[in-house]
Design a protein around this ligand. Structure first.
Ligand SMILES: Cc1ncc(COP(=O)(O)O)c(C=O)c1O
Length: 407
């Protein structure tokens, strides 16, 4: 028996589950310099405020001194939490009774919420499609996933209500969590309507599950009216609100947060056991947020992403065959595209990579993976505007070849 094999045998069941899942999604990753990465959901590099972060680091370390480098951090960490709290309160959310945990990106918040809420076999409801990182977090915790179809204006709540009623009548266990991305959803770019926001909170109150509201893209609306977070309708502590600086400052700083009822946050803090989310980085970000005109920065980002979205939509209209359908997001990073009948997005990806363009196959976004076979996610956030049209042209060429010859 090889050492490696022996080690794999000893991995925990959670680790073996996680390793098996990631192997599948890594298969197609390879890059060449000329490749156009419509798969990468990354902020465009020129958006990173490098000079301002340098200044904030100098000021933060200069003023806070050793407290910025000690376990637990100094006052700047508390000020950062207050800054985040104030900003969310300005969006109509009452947070007086809500505790907060600053985490290593919102990914850690999702992982922790899954750990504290889910025992193996517990039911978690997700939108189909949804953010694959959240699917991974809940699967890692051993959740049994129930998928609710995502419509243009959010999850199909009629179907959800019927399913909940049926389970209640049948005496079956109820779900513990409903995970949702209500603003500029990853991967579809869609938003949940106001009515559905209210209705979902009512369902959570009535049937006793926790809503995990992931608002990673909430700041990045470039068209239409802002909608209140679900948390704004929460009177009973049934919503845990998750946010991040990854899209508005930079993902490399790895600062996210979760607001929720005290017992939830306390349990998460106990399980976190990582010595605290970098006090040094929290200090830098606190000084950055206090010094920068954050609202102005968000306006600039919105204008930029809007332009990128427009370039992508324009190219799609110009090149894609008539029987393709795609979303027209009012914010965020992504367009979601449905392929013509009979075309499989995984087969298209193999061809597209040969043509020097990548996207994300729809499958990993679904709990019921084969539902993603006709879909793909295109990111307009990362690729330079002057490469976007060429990316869509290459993609259409790959699609044209598949349509001509068949898979
Ligand atoms: C919907 C959603 N939630 C959470 C995350 C994770 O972000 P973070 O960098 O804060 O961990 C992402 C990242 O792509 C995302 O799309």
């Amino acid at each position: 028996m090889s050492q490696e094999f022996a080690l794999v045998q000893r991995l925990s069941s959670a680790a073996r589950r996680a390793v098996g899942l990631t192997r599948e999604t890594r298969r197609h990753w390879r890059t060449r310099p000329d490749d156009i990465q419509l798969s990468w959901g990354f902020p465009y590099p020129a958006s990173f405020p490098i000079a301002e972060l340098l200044e904030a680091a100098q000021m933060g370390l200069g003023k806070e001194g050793d407290r910025a480098l000690q376990y637990g951090g100094g006052d700047a960490c508390r000020r950062l939490e207050r800054w985040v709290r104030d900003r969310l309160q300005r969006r109509g959310v009452q947070l007086d009774e809500m505790d907060c945990l600053i985490t290593c990106g919102s990914s850690q918040a999702l992982g922790l919420v899954a750990q504290v809420m889910v025992d193996p076999g517990d039911l978690v409801v997700v939108e189909g499609p949804t953010f694959m990182g959240a699917l991974r977090a809940f699967r890692n915790a051993g959740a049994q996933l129930h998928q609710v179809t995502l419509e243009d204006d959010g999850p199909d709540l009629r179907a959800l209500r019927e399913w909940l009623q049926q389970r209640l009548r049948g005496g079956q266990p109820m779900p513990k969590v409903f995970y949702t991305v209500p603003n500029f959803h990853n991967p579809t770019g869609c938003c949940m309507s106001l009515d559905k926001r209210r209705c979902l909170v009512e369902l959570a109150e009535r049937y006793g599950f926790l809503i995990v509201e992931d608002d990673a893209y909430g700041d990045l609306r470039f068209e239409g009216e802002d909608l209140p977070p679900l948390k704004a309708f929460d009177r009973q502590g049934v919503v845990a609100y998750v946010g991040t600086f990854s899209k508005t400052i930079a993902p490399g700083i790895r600062i996210g947060w979760i607001f929720g009822a005290e017992p939830l946050i306390a349990a998460m803090a106990r399980l976190k056991a990582d010595g605290g989310t970098s006090p040094f980085v929290q200090t830098v970000v606190a000084y950055y947020c206090e010094g920068a005109n954050f609202d102005r920065r968000v306006q600039v980002l919105r204008a930029n992403y809007r332009r990128r979205r427009d370039v992508m939509l324009h190219a799609l209209e110009r090149y894609m065959p008539a029987d393709c359908r795609w979303t027209r997001p009012q914010g965020g990073f992504f367009v979601w595209l449905r392929l013509p009948e009979g075309i499989d997005s995984r087969e298209l990806l193999v061809k597209a990579i040969d043509h020097g363009v990548s996207f994300v196959d729809g499958r990993p976004f679904f709990a019921d993976v084969e539902e993603g076979a006709r879909y793909l996610r295109l990111a307009f956030c990362y690729v330079p505007e002057d490469r976007m049209e060429e990316g869509i042209r290459r993609l259409t060429q790959a699609l044209g070849e598949l349509l001509e010859t068949g898979p």
